[in-house]
Design a protein around this ligand. Structure first.
Ligand code: HEC
Length: 187
């Protein structure tokens, strides 16, 4: 018999399964940082192009970015110089990139410096297939992989890879997972 008290524990313990490694996206993640910290002096859009370098002109960007090699990219070099270095960007150590922003910039270059949008993988919509392993999320956003076993009253019965059956109250699942369960149950 499914035992409800384990339901939440299972979702928490299995949340690591839902972790996906996603690529850094230039448009949504890298550009906004540069736009905030460099655009006042390096932007075609703002008509301010100091040092003949604009963050919104891809050819300029490509000159300062060596795909796959953050340590050889002048873009990384200039933003990581000490505050008092003559070449540091932004100049004079003002409005510097935070360590997290530098890490993101380096990751993006390491991953190939892709300027195209949508380099980050997007989740494919789950195709309900009876007996197949699907992704399920609860209302807190925790996810597990399990196959659908059926409905039991207001509970959804799921079977995890170890063969254990678990019952989850339908109302505790995300709207998408609720819809998925209903579809599989033919409701
Ligand atoms: C307050 C204005 C200002 C800001 C903000 C600024 N820069 Fe600059 N940047 C300059 C100036 C001026 C030069 C030209 C320096 C020179 O030629 O000696 C320059 C030159 C550069 C160059 C060298 C271009 C070349 O080919 O030699 C790069 C790369 C650069 N900046 C990147 C950045 C980045 C990245 C940011 C944001 C993190 C940034 N800058 C923010 C003023 C600024």
């Amino acid at each position: 018999m499914p035992r409800r008290p384990f339901a939440l524990t299972l979702f928490i313990a299995s949340s690591c399964l839902a972790t996906t490694t996603s690529a850094v996206d230039f448009k949504s993640q890298v550009f906004p940082i540069l736009n905030q910290k460099c655009a006042e002096c390096h932007s075609v859009a703002k008509d301010k192009i100091k040092g003949k370098f604009a963050i919104d002109r891809i050819d300029d960007m490509k000159k300062h970015v060596k795909a796959g090699e953050p340590t050889k990219s002048t873009l990384v070099y200039t933003v990581t110089l000490p505050d008092d270095d003559e070449e540091v960007m932004p100049p004079k150590g003002k409005n510097r990139l935070t360590p997290a922003e530098v890490t993101l910039l380096k990751s993006w270059i390491q991953e190939g410096a892709n300027f195209e949008a949508g380099a980050a993988p997007t989740a494919a919509p789950a195709t309900p297939a009876p007996g197949g392993v699907l992704s399920w999320t609860n209302t807190e956003g925790k996810a597990i992989q399990a196959s659908f076993e059926g409905m039991q009253g207001a509970d959804v019965v799921l079977k995890t890879a170890d063969g254990t059956r678990h019952a989850f109250p339908l109302s505790k699942l995300s709207p998408e997972s609720q819809a998925q369960a209903k579809k599989l149950a033919g409701q």
